[in-house]
Ligand binder design. Structure first.
Ligand code: DGL
Length: 262
């Protein structure tokens, strides 16, 4: 039993899609969420820059008393989680594009992966993709420009749809039957993605799996806060508070959203 919060960070609002999964599965856990929107997008930065940003976020969350950290960002996980695990003594949960479940379920043996440049160029992604290379053809696409559109709340804008069509049309034409969302920002594009993709193309992301893994690691380390009623959820952004509040609309009174220049 441990009443300390779970720490979660992302380059912005994307990891809120993971926070929602964690909160649904672990409703007694207090959380501290860091939105490093000032430094978004991480996906265009070098591995070293991403590691430095992850160190900054991790040390901030450790100072807030977090017992475990969820790196709710594919780009940060694929570039920095090995470093974080080697240098800090608390458990880290990461997120990677869901290639494996998509590869297992695909009938056409062709899957698409939409992710950031930082994720698709990482060694971790490359190794995972390689493990499935024999039985599956993977169509990779960098989602350049999508994160800034989502960070500014423009999920339904015509330019967002146009970008997605440009990115997805070739893989649709190639015959994919699964699209892996390899960036935690992209689940916010689901309504427009469903309009663009043919009905038989399934969309898959790793959010639920991350929540299940978080629960398993809390249990294993005896860190569950399962008797806490109405746990406090703190959200800290180093950019516009209103954007974060917009993404959290409807999530109840126990949420504290604040600006801090971390
Ligand atoms: N949400 C992040 C991810 O899952 C990164 C987006 C970005 O900052 O480029 O990759």
């Amino acid at each position: 039993m441990d009443k300390h919060p779970i720490g979660i960070f992302d380059s912005g609002v994307g990891g809120l899609s993971i926070w929602k999964e964690i909160n649904a599965l672990l409703p007694h856990e207090p959380t501290v969420y860091l939105a490093d929107s000032k430094n978004a997008p991480y996906g265009e930065k070098s591995k070293d820059e991403i590691i430095q940003l992850c160190i900054k976020n991790t040390e901030f969350l450790i100072k807030k008393g977090c017992k475990l950290i969820v790196v709710a960002c594919n780009t940060a996980t694929t570039n920095a989680i090995d470093y974080l695990r080697a240098h800090y003594h608390l458990p880290f949960i990461g997120i990677e594009p869901a290639i494996k479940p998509a590869a297992l379920r695909s009938k056409s043996k062709k899957i698409g992966v939409l992710a950031t440049k930082g994720t698709l160029s990482s060694l971790l992604f490359h190794n995972t993709a390689e493990n499935h290379a024999e039985e599956i053809r993977i169509y990779e696409q960098v989602g350049t420009g999508l994160v800034p559109l989502i960070e500014s709340g423009r999920m339904d804008a015509p330019e967002t749809r146009a970008l997605l069509e440009k990115y997805l049309d070739p893989m649709i034409a190639a015959g994919i039957d699964y699209l892996v969302l390899g960036c935690t920002h992209y689940p916010y594009l689901l309504p427009v993605l469903k309009k663009i993709l043919p009905e038989h193309v399934r969309i898959i992301d790793s959010g639920e799996a991350v929540a299940r893994q978080t629960k398993a690691i809390l249990i294993k380390n005896d860190l569950l806060a399962d008797t806490v009623e109405n746990p406090i959820h703190r959200f800290i952004t180093n950019a516009d508070v209103k954007i974060l509040q917009g993404f959290l609309a409807g999530y109840g009174p126990s949420l504290e959203v604040a600006y801090f220049d971390f």
